[in-house]
Ligand binder design. Sequence first.
Ligand code: CP
Ligand code: NVA
Length: 301
Amino acid sequence: MTRHLIDIADFSAAEVTAILDLAEVPLADLPRPLTGQGVALIFEKPSARTRHSMEMAVVQLGGHPVFTRGEEVGFDTREPVEDVARIMEGFHALIAARVYDHSTITRLAAVATVPVVNMLSDHSHPLQAFADALTMRQHLGDLAGQTVAYVGDYNNVARSLAEISARLGMHIRLACPLGFEADDAEIDRILLLGAASVEQGNRPIEMVVGAHAVHTDTWVSMGEEEDKEAKRQKFDGFTVDDAMMDAAGPASIFMHCLPAYRGFEVTASVIDGPRSVVFQQGHNRMHAARGALAFLMGVET
Ligand code: CP
Ligand code: NVA
């Protein structure tokens, strides 16, 4: 059966670990499972990290990436999503897409005979989560029993981070503004994925105490631009600043999927300071993507 990368939850703890291990295999020791093959990279939204990391991961695995903007493909405007899948699978070994509506990914996967990769939807961002976990593992070692705190709204990045942190047996703290939290069913779901614990609260300075990693994201995701001013008011007090990092503890690392908006979700002193690992995290997008694509192509550690 074709394996897709739609959500982290679709992967067992052992499979998540296998992908992280593959991400760290030196290029010289890695097979080239994409040799002579193409990979479709379709973007309905802007991207710096995801496009570049995926293009380079494909090249490193011996393949040829074909970047296409969403409007050129025209999911459900130029032709049905399913027809795009049926055409692309004739050219490519993998189909990857960044989409507004998560159902575009699940519809591609429902008909494609090659793996479909979610490069971010309104629901989740699994490739980011692999890079997040890789970065935490590089700094903190075995993540089981360690604590990750996420400050901000429970969005696509938060969901995938929670899923991978759960799979790796971490304690998860969610510091979300009122009205932007995970609901009870979601918290139960994350617990069932293997989290050591999941706690949620509206006071970030309390939620981060003792966290080994503090993670945040932009307050305004792509596609939500009209909510910008309202969200900025509601997120007052959720800026990750030096006081919050001090509350987390002296060894805590700061993480952000980027792009970052200094002065909103994080102060310049934190993101540009000594505890920030955001650029390593960003560079890990390429290693994590390579590990994930290698896994989907059947490479074993
Ligand atoms: N973090 C992330 O996905 O960045 P881009 O939107 O630049 O790809
Ligand atoms: N939550 C953000 C992440 C960007 C990488 C968004 O969806 O725009």
